[in-house]
Design a protein around this ligand. Structure first.
Ligand code: AMP
Ligand code: GLY
Length: 425
């Protein structure tokens, strides 16, 4: 069996690592992949948005199954294109991925199907947006409607910041056309969690809960990033909260998408704010989280291939996913300067030593091979994932791995998993 993974981040390396362990012994390909993925897959130099080239490759190579990691190709319709060519593909269609691609769409869906979320209004002119801001005051959240590589959300503590956010998004167009509309919404407080589920459009099979750490510095200080670390499970998602998430959020969202003529197949990811045991949706994503996927796949005891196949064939009701009870913690190691400008090409040392720490799995994100050596090639570079008998041990294992790895300017948070530890201890 031949499987193609589309993507090049830590999420994609972790999914590929999981596929490599299948008893089906698949032959793996990655496009474009990274230095870590190159150990277990043949890397093909085609970018994630070069959809017809990717489909040409998959057809010529007789790929049996394609798994799409990032949101951009999903919103551009990679699954539609592959399916039109008779290629089996795991991921949301263009029509379904709009749940992530347009925040206005997602908010209107939630309003229509009574899914709990922050109050909001949508504006297509800066003038109207400003009048509304004057009326509602701060704190307030200003969001670009379209995709902005995880940077299009501005949580504003003052009115000046909010007005400035409107200027940057709508007038300066710092996120391009993604800023043609803004969503202005109520600022929620509480604890965040990520809730991911597989769905074939009818059945919803939840994954274990997880939690991301978005800001760049310890204690959630500094600008937001794509995610600086994650752990699973998230103790804030108790059994009661889990039930509410399924009943009030996941089922209504999947049923709502079907009712809108946008059947949803793939991974549905709800980013949640939980306060007093009540979950509200911050956003929906149409894919696995990065870095949430890393601790999740390390904990997933079931084979991933039958799950992907069941989603595609719309027989997910036959599937039961087993999870290892031990918690897992993933620490993201990033280039100095990230999420701002950062240098590339720094030589990375200690990768093998880290991988030899019992319980550690080292996933690559922004890495490349230069003259046979692994160098940095992006903002988030290496994701060290540790598993342990409890969260304290998982944290210790992950950081033992982290300490072995070095490059000039490396930055990582030292408090990944602390929130989980505070809740369970
Ligand atoms: P999103 O890309 O929508 O997940 O937003 C990125 C981050 O912004 C979230 O993880 C939250 O930390 C924060 N955020 C988004 N929406 C809100 C909101 N309504 N209230 C408070 N924080 C928010
Ligand atoms: N970790 C946040 C995301 O994948 O969107």
């Amino acid at each position: 069996m031949k499987i193609l993974m589309v993507g090049q981040g830590g999420r994609e390396h972790s999914l590929l690592w999981k596929l490599a362990q299948s008893s089906r012994k698949p032959l793996l390909y990655a496009a474009p992949g990274n230095a870590g993925m190159a150990h277990i897959a043949t890397c093909i130099n085609i970018g994630v948005t070069e959809i017809s080239s990717l489909a040409d490759f998959a057809a010529a190579e007789k790929i049996d199954l394609t798994l799409v990691g990032p949101e951009l190709p999903l919103t551009l319709g990679i699954v539609n294109e592959f399916e039109a060519r008779g290629l089996k593909t795991f991921g949301a269609s263009r029509e379904a991925a709009i749940i992530e691609g347009s925040k206005r769409f997602a908010k209107d869906l939630m309003r229509k199907y009574k899914i709990p979320t922050a109050e909001y209004e949508v504006f297509d002119t800066p003038h109207q947006a400003r009048i509304y801001l004057e009326k509602v005051g701060s704190p307030i959240v200003v969001k670009a409607d379209g995709l902005a590589a995880g940077k299009g959300v501005m949580v504003c503590s003052t009115l000046d910041e909010a007005q400035d956010a409107v200027t940057r998004i709508m007038e300066e167009r710092v996120f391009g056309e993604a800023g043609a509309l803004v969503v202005i919404e109520e600022c929620l407080t509480g604890e965040e969690a990520s809730f991911l589920a597989f769905t074939d459009g009818k059945t919803v099979v939840p994954m274990a809960s997880s939690q991301d750490h978005k800001p760049i510095f310890d204690n959630d200080q500094g600008p937001n990033t794509g995610g600086m670390g994650a752990y699973s499970p998230a103790p804030v998602v108790t059994e009661a909260v889990h039930r509410k998430i399924m009943e009030r959020i996941m089922f209504p969202a999947v049923r709502g998408m079907a009712a809108e003529g946008r059947p949803y197949k793939g991974v549905l990811y709800a980013g949640l704010m939980i306060k007093g045991g009540e979950p509200k949706v911050l956003e929906f994503n149409a894919r696995f989280g990065d870095p949430e996927a890393q601790p999740l796949v390390v904990r997933m005891a079931s084979d991933l291939i039958p799950i992907l196949e069941a989603v595609i064939a719309e027989r997910l009701h036959e599937i039961d996913i087993q999870w290892r009870p031990e918690p897992a913690v993933c620490v993201v190691m990033a280039s100095g300067g990230y999420p701002g400008p950062h240098e590339k090409g720094k030589l990375i040392s200690g990768l093998d030593e880290a991988a030899n720490v019992p319980g550690v799995v080292v996933f690559h994100a922004g890495t490349a091979l230069r003259n046979g050596k692994v160098v940095t090639d992006g903002g988030r570079v290496i994701n060290v994932t540790g598993i342990g008998k409890d969260v304290r041990e998982a944290i210790a294992v992950a950081y033992q791995g982290v300490k072995k790895i070095y490059w000039e300017g490396v930055h990582y948070r030292t408090d990944i998993g602390k929130k989980a530890l505070d809740r369970v201890s």
